[in-house]
Design a protein around this ligand. Structure first.
Ligand code: TYM
Length: 333
């Protein structure tokens, strides 16, 4: 039976964190045997925030190393850098002719960026979801393992696929869907009470895959908590719900149950909860951090993975692009 096609990408901006891992990367490794998988470093997407050119290579290598350290086998999946597949950028151009300014301006991630970097509202930022759609459609993927924050981008990718197919009267692109093994998509909260753990904004609320054991312990011991409940069965405030969710994600629902009971009975001790969470996180991050560091000691091995990945990705992408060009009428000789 033909395997379903999977695509997902991660921007090479700063270090990856537990949100990236629990929301997306953990599923990559779980999917690699049963699906035909394309995973890539979204280095073009990272350019929208103008990283220092000197840092780009190390960032790309680190994302590759962290993916492998998280269990991806580059023999089983196609692991590559987005900028190594020019077919994607050509498809991006074709899709841009079908993407409208009004709909792009309404995207919440665009509006966030307009707020957070008003001096750099560039066109690539506006068309970010179009490039993302091209990443997915270039391999005709149907399943896209991502965190909840990418849900709307997936909806746009489906719209662009549908629009292209209907304009050119041909079913070239299947509709891609966000994937999490039938479960709801995940949004990993920050430790500072923020709704989403994120790369850049807040170092103290974010556990990076590069964080040393002591750094992880400190961040968790400082995590935001509300005052202890004074009445039985008080609804959980967000900060405590966040810590419960983090514990559940790394240690399972059984680990959370006693704390939920203690909360309901007003006997909860936040120090115990944090200590358990800190140790679970340390055990969780340590092997990934160590393996990723180790892999980064051999840049030649990473280069070889990127070369092989680029070749495999381009072979798949070239076929789709040929169909798209033909549908549009680009065939002159
Ligand atoms: P990026 O680089 O911001 O994040 C990579 C992946 O990590 C997930 N993620 C989270 N999941 C749960 N909780 C969080 N706090 C959290 N923070 C990040 C993201 O949902 C994502 O799956 N636009 C994408 C990159 C991209 C892409 C693609 C993804 C480009 N082209 C094609 C899929 C398919 C992005 O910026 O992800």
């Amino acid at each position: 039976m033909k395997k379903e096609i999977v695509v997902s990408g991660i921007r090479s901006t700063g270090s990856l964190h537990l949100g990236n891992y629990l929301g997306a990367m953990r599923n990559y490794a779980r999917m690699q045997d049963d699906f035909t998988c394309f995973f890539f470093v979204a280095d073009y997407h990272s350019l929208t925030t103008h990283p220092d050119p000197k840092d780009l290579r190390a960032s790309v290598y680190r994302v590759i190393a962290e993916n492998i350290a998280s269990g991806l086998d580059p023999e089983k999946v196609t692991l590559y850098a987005q900028s190594d597949v020019p077919e994607t950028t050509e498809l991006y151009l074709l899709l841009n002719t079908l993407a409208y300014k009004g709909e792009l301006e309404k995207v919440p991630t665009f509006k966030d960026k307009v707020r957070s970097q008003p001096d750099n509202v560039n066109a690539a930022l506006l068309t970010y979801p179009v490039l993302m759609a091209a990443d997915i459609l270039i391999h005709k993927a149907t399943q896209v393992p991502v965190g909840k924050d990418q849900e709307q981008h997936l909806e746009m990718a489906r719209n662009f696929a549908h629009r292209f197919n209907s304009r050119y009267n041909e079913t070239i692109f299947p509709e891609p869907y966000a994937f999490n093994f039938g479960e709801a998509l995940i949004k990993v909260p920050g430790l500072d009470g923020s709704a989403k753990m994120s790369k850049s904004e807040n170092g103290a609320g974010t556990i990076y895959l590069t964080d040393e054991d002591e750094v992880i312990r400190k961040k968790i011991m400082k995590a935001k908590t509300d005052s202890s409940p004074t009445e039985a069965h008080t609804p959980l405030p967000e900060s405590i719900a966040n810590l419960f969710q983090l514990l559940q994600l790394v240690s399972g629902a059984e680990a959370v149950a006693p704390y939920q009971t203690a909360w309901n009975e007003t006997t909860i001790r936040f120090g115990d909860l944090k200590k358990e969470l800190a140790e679970a996180m340390v055990q969780f991050v340590k092997p990934i951090r160590e393996k990723a560091l180790d892999l980064q000691q051999s840049p030649e091995a990473i280069q070889q993975i990127l070369r092989t990945g680029a070749e495999k990705a381009r072979a798949s992408a070239a076929q789709t692009l040929e169909e798209a060009r033909r549908a549009v009428g680009i065939r002159y000789y």
